[in-house]
Design a protein around this ligand. Structure first.
Ligand code: PLP
Length: 404
C-alpha cells in the first residue's frame, strides 16, 4: 500500500496550519473523508435526491434502491445474516439511546441493572444510567487495572447479579485497549444476558464479523470510518429487533394508523421513523467499499507500526506517563507529562501544525480512575505516516521543554 497515493484521496490533509503542514492525529474523534465518499454524496444531490420509500416516480424509486443497496453493503461489511438487521441511525450515540429506550420499554422493571465497563464513552454510559435510574435501578461497572485492562473475574461476579443488558466498548477511545469482547459475550450468554458492543473505535481499524462475535447488537458511527457525519448504524439480531419496541414514532415506521390504534412496520423500518439521511448512507456505503478495496491487514499493520513507533519515541520524554498500557491495543496513544497541563500541550503543538485531542475524551470516569484531569491523545488512521509521528513527537518534546 502506497500511503502517498492514499493521501491524495484525502485532499483536506494537504494544507498548512499556522504555516506548517497539517499533521492530523485526531482520528478517534473523526476521520477525514476520501474523495470517493465526498463525490458520492455530491452525486446523490446532483442526480438522485428524493425522499425514499414513498414515491411511485422514477427518482424516488432510484433513491430507495440506492438506500437499500447501502443497507445490504453495511450488512455484508459487518457480516450480518440479513440486511433487515441493519438500522440506519445518526451514529453510535443515537444507536445506544435507541437501545436504552427500547430495552426500558421492553423489559426494565424496578431495581433492574445494566452492566457497563469502567472505560465507556459517555454515550455508552449516560443513556443506560439515566434509564436504570428512572426505575431505581443500578449501573454495574466492570473495573479495570492500572494498565487499562478489564478485570474479567469481577465481570463474572457482576454477571451473577443478573443485569438485563451488558454494553461494552470494543476498543476504548481513551486507552486504546481492545477488550476481549468475544469472550465477554460468551460469558454473558451463559447467563442469557444480551450484549451490546460499542464499535465506534473498532470498525475503521479491524474487520468486524458480528456472527462470529455472536454479539446481540453492534453500534457504530460512519464519520469515524471515513464516511460522512450524521450517519451510522445499529446491528441487532433479528430475533431481538423483532421483540424490542420502536424508539421514535412517525412516518415510515408504521403499518396501519387510526386515532385509536397504530401497528408498526416490519424490520428494519420499524426503527427508522421519518426521513433518513440518504446521501450520507450512500457515502457510508462508499466508505465501506473503499475500505474493502484495500488490503485491510496491511492497513492494520501500518497503523500498528505507527502506534509502536509513537510509544517508543514518546517514552524518551522525561516525566511522561502513558494512560492505557494494555498488551492488546489499537489506534491511539494517551499520555500526560508531569508539570504540563494536557490542554497547554495540545495548544502549543497545534501551533506547530499538529492536531491532537486533549481533555477527558467524553470519558470522565476514566480520568477519575487514573486521578488525572485529562490526557493528550494522538490517534492514527490509514493515511498517517512515520514522518508525521516524528513531527508529532518532536513537537511534544519541544512543548515539554518549555515547562522545564
Ligand atoms: N463510543 C466510543 C467508544 C467513542 O469513541 C465515541 C466517540 O468518540 C462514541 C461512542 C460516540 O460516537 P458519536 O459521537 O459518533 O455518536
Amino acid at each position: 500500500m502506497d500511503i502517498n497515493t492514499t493521501r491524495t484521496q484525502f485532499p483536506v490533509l494537504d494544507q498548512q496550519v499556522y504555516g506548517k503542514p497539517l499533521v492530523y492525529l485526531d482520528n478517534a474523534a473523526t476521520t477525514q473523508k476520501p474523495l470517493c465518499v465526498i463525490e458520492r454524496e455530491r452525486d446523490y444531490y446532483l442526480h438522485e435526491n428524493c425522499n425514499i420509500h414513498r414515491g411511485v416516480h422514477y427518482l424516488s424509486q432510484k433513491a430507495t434502491e440506492a438506500y437499500e443497496h447501502a443497507r445490504q453493503t453495511v450488512a455484508d461489511f459487518i457480516h450480518a445474516k440479513e440486511a433487515r438487521e441493519i438500522i440506519f441511525t445518526r451514529g453510535t450515540t443515537e444507536s445506544l439511546n435507541l437501545l436504552a429506550t427500547s430495552f426500558e420499554h421492553y423489559c426494565i422493571e424496578e431495581g433492574d441493572k445494566v452492566l457497563v465497563t469502567a472505560m465507556e464513552h459517555h454515550s455508552n454510559l449516560v443513556p443506560w444510567q439515566q434509564m436504570v435510574q428512572r426505575h431505581q435501578g443500578q449501573l454495574l461497572v466492570v473495573p479495570m487495572n492500572d494498565k487499562g485492562v478489564l478485570e474479567l473475574e469481577q465481570y463474572e461476579k457482576l454477571l451473577k447479579e443478573g443485569p438485563k443488558v451488558v454494553s461494552i466498548a470494543h476498543i476504548s477511545n481513551v486507552l486504546g485497549t481492545i477488550n476481549p469482547v468475544k469472550e465477554m459475550i460468551a460469558m454473558a450468554h451463559r447467563y442469557e444476558i444480551p450484549v451490546v458492543v460499542d464499535g465506534a473505535q473498532s470498525i475503521a481499524h479491524h474487520p468486524i464479523n458480528v456472527q462470529k462475535l455472536d454479539c446481540d447488537f453492534f453500534v457504530f458511527s460512519g464519520h469515524k470510518m471515513y464516511a460522512p457525519m450524521g450517519i451510522g448504524g445499529l446491528y441487532g439480531k433479528a430475533e431481538w429487533l423483532e421483540k424490542l419496541p420502536p424508539y421514535q414514532f412517525g412516518g415510515e415506521m408504521v403499518d396501519k394508523v387510526s386515532f385509536e390504534k397504530t401497528t408498526f412496520n416490519v424490520l428494519p423500518y420499524k426503527f427508522e421513523a421519518g426521513t433518513p439521511n440518504v446521501g450520507a448512507a450512500l457515502g457510508l456505503e462508499t466508505a465501506m467499499q473503499f475500505l474493502q478495496g484495500l488490503d485491510r491487514e496491511e492497513v492494520e499493520r501500518n497503523e500498528a507500526q505507527l502506534l509502536t513507533s509513537a510509544i517508543e519515541k514518546l517514552s524518551e520524554i522525561e516525566g511522561i506517563r502513558f494512560i492505557g498500557e494494555a498488551e492488546q491495543r489499537s489506534g491511539l496513544v494517551s499520555f500526560i507529562i508531569e508539570g504540563v497541563h494536557p490542554y497547554d500541550l495540545g495548544t502549543i503543538i497545534d501551533k506547530m501544525g499538529v492536531a491532537v485531542r486533549t481533555g477527558h475524551h467524553c470519558a470522565e470516569p476514566v480520568m477519575t480512575r487514573f486521578g488525572i484531569p485529562g490526557t493528550v491523545r494522538a490517534s492514527f488512521a490509514m493515511y498517517n505516516t512515520m514522518e508525521e509521528v516524528e513531527v508529532f513527537v518532536n513537537a511534544v518534546k519541544k512543548a515539554a521543554m518549555m515547562f522545564r
